[in-house]
Design a protein around this ligand. Structure first.
Ligand SMILES: *Cc1c(COP(=O)(O)O)cnc(C)c1O
Length: 465
């Protein structure tokens, strides 16, 4: 643990106050490497801070040598859970009980009536759209700042994706722009609760109800996140989760659909089970026919999820504590803008820690060079998503035989103009991400992240390639 636990105080030998930091760097842009940080606004009393040592990228010592906590975490309980399934010889949900048990436990945990476990998050989204009978001719709204799966499932159903621009401050879909994107073809929207935060569900659900448009919450990054004290994934028509290896609840691959609608529960189940209904008691409605697939979770995964789920609350609390500490530290650094949480977001799942980087506060140092410098200091960081709405494969898909047969030519030809997302372009150029496992250690890990960023800022001029 670190020594000084006062919140909001930058730690370490070069934890300058914000004002003094500005006086020592911004004033000397370009020559910060040779300029002593003690010139300028040093108070008359107090210890003289030493200059930040040389950046690791220029041959100095990295701020951090140790690895961040690994992911996933497991112990004997997880091993026994999986071995138990192996030894039972019941590896499939049709003859075992683990998937069923997990569905009940996950529905209870998150607060929904029904749960359908699926092979992964993509298939949860796919089966949600399938269960709603969304298909050719339908438009489906989504944000451009998301994982490609949110888009792929729309294309898989030969529906037309329509992007709604991002909000720069929160990184979430700009809910104020949803209504303007609706046409008489709009059948559903897939708001994404990105990074563990939440989209503006007040606006989205109100528009959905008033305009009679289905809402599929993509909560693949937001296990246990809350909107006004209710867990996300339970407020839309369906909520979709991923248990893929990187996610906050993990069985290598895995997914789930939550819903409170008994008919949708039956339809989604049938969609994921080759059109066949549940064999156990509970749902009395049997859906026959329709398009479907096999997207079932295995018993190994069901058992592993049951045991991994026992850690979820404690891990989530640790991430929350560390993220709050990191936000206090980063808010003190000019040019670093942590993603703001919407006021209605009462709990963030912190799948990602995201902020915007402003090169102007770093002597014009590019984001790519900043990321390289950060990684060299022992802090892994990612630039995040690139603009999904401009991916070339979308145009190729819209030009495909199937799409050309379904949609009027002018609708497809004007698609790119209609789907420009200027705010998202800015977001994609400036975002920086840390992954959830980096928040699973000690507050002193957060201090090191802030220290590394301050060090880079101090030497920004010298770091220009
Ligand atoms: C991970 C993820 C998915 C897809 O989940 P898989 O389990 O990888 O198929 C969908 N949407 C978002 C936002 C995700 O992060």
């Amino acid at each position: 643990m670190h020594g000084d636990t006062r919140p909001g105080r930058p730690q370490g030998p070069f934890a300058l106050s914000r004002r003094r930091f500005l006086a020592t760097t911004v004033g000397g842009l370009g020559i910060t490497a040779t300029l002593s940080p003690v010139t300028g606004a040093l108070p008359a009393s107090g210890p003289v801070p030493s200059a930040p040592p040389r950046p690791a990228l220029l041959g100095g010592q990295p701020v951090r040598q140790a690895a961040f906590p690994g992911w996933p975490e497991w112990d004997d309980r997880d091993e026994q859970a999986v071995t138990g399934v192996v030894r039972s010889g019941r590896w499939f949900r049709g003859n075992g009980r683990k998937v069923e048990e997990f569905e009940q436990a996950y529905a209870r945990l998150v607060g929904a009536k029904y749960c359908v476990a699926t092979a992964n998050g993509t298939s949860a989204l796919l089966a949600s759209l399938g269960g709603m009978e969304i298909g050719p001719g339908d438009e489906v709204l989504l944000p451009p700042y998301t994982f490609v799966a949110t888009l792929n499932v729309i294309l898989d159903h030969y529906a037309l994706p329509v992007f709604v621009d991002s909000d720069l401050e929160t990184f979430q879909i700009d809910a104020t722009k949803v209504e303007a994107a609706i046409t008489d073809r709009t059948a559903a929207m897939i708001p994404v609760h990105l990074g563990g935060g939440t989209a503006d569900l007040d606006t989205i659900l109100e528009v959905g109800q008033r305009r009679k448009i289905r809402v599929i919450e993509d909560a693949c990054q937001s296990h246990l996140a809350e909107w006004r004290h209710r867990r996300v994934g339970t407020l839309g028509d369906t909520g979709c989760f991923s248990f893929q290896a990187s996610k906050n609840l993990n069985s290598g691959e895995g997914g789930a659909i939550l819903t409170n609608d008994p008919e949708l529960a039956v339809r989604c189940y049938a969609w994921h089970n080759n059109g066949r209904a549940r064999h156990v008691q509970g749902y009395d409605f049997r859906y026959q026919g329709g398009r479907a697939a096999n997207l079932r979770l295995t018993e190994f995964q069901g058992a592993l999820l049951l045991s991994q789920m026992e850690r979820l609350e404690a891990q989530s609390r640790t991430r929350e504590t560390n993220a709050a500490h990191l936000t206090r530290l980063l808010n003190e650094i000019p040019g670093i803008h942590p993603a703001r949480m919407l006021p209605g977001c009462t709990r963030n799942a912190w799948h990602l820690y995201m902020f915007r980087y402003d090169p102007a506060a770093f002597a014009g140092l590019t984001r790519e060079r900043f990321l390289d410098a950060l990684r060299a200091e022992g802090i892994p960081a990612s630039p995040g998503y690139s603009p999904l709405n401009r991916e070339a494969f979308i145009q190729a898909t819209l030009n495909s035989r199937g799409y050309r047969r379904i949609y009027p030519a002018d609708l497809l030809d004007q698609w790119a103009d209609r789907n420009a997302c200027p705010e998202n372009e800015k977001l994609c150029r400036t975002a920086v991400w840390f992954t959830q496992n980096m928040l699973l250690g000690e507050p002193s890990d957060m201090d090191q992240i802030a220290t590394a960023i301050r060090k880079i800022q101090h030497h920004a001029g010298a770091l220009q390639a």
